[in-house]
Design a protein around this ligand. Sequence first.
Ligand code: NI
Length: 142
Amino acid sequence: MSERRKIERITISVPKELLKNIDDVINKKGYASRSDVIRTALRGFLVEEAWKEGGEEEVIGVLTFIYDHETKGVNESLTHTQHHFRGTIISGMHIHLDKENCLEVLVVKGNPEKIKELTEKINTIKGVKYSDLTRAMDEKIA
Ligand code: NI
């Protein structure tokens, strides 16, 4: 077993009602145990902390957006923006959804502020109809 997979046992105190609600989720969703749920929640907390304003850590995420490729200048603007942020964008995928809509998925990595800046830039390009940023992290997810 590697160093990072070593398990420590901790004791935590929680209000009865909260524990009941957690047990309800465990039963409903089929989690293996309370520990399993708490580990998942803790990882979510770490991701949230890493993405908080002023975060210095490198994070990873997925930016998904839909745009109308027939909007004048949208392709040029998207290409220009993505070249500008080439240090942040690891990979991308483009799907032609229908006659006018395109779906693009960008895997992004770097400083959280830089990723938010890229997200804002894409959101404000004329022709972009929808976007969503999935926040994650590639380190510390022990
Ligand atoms: Ni397309």
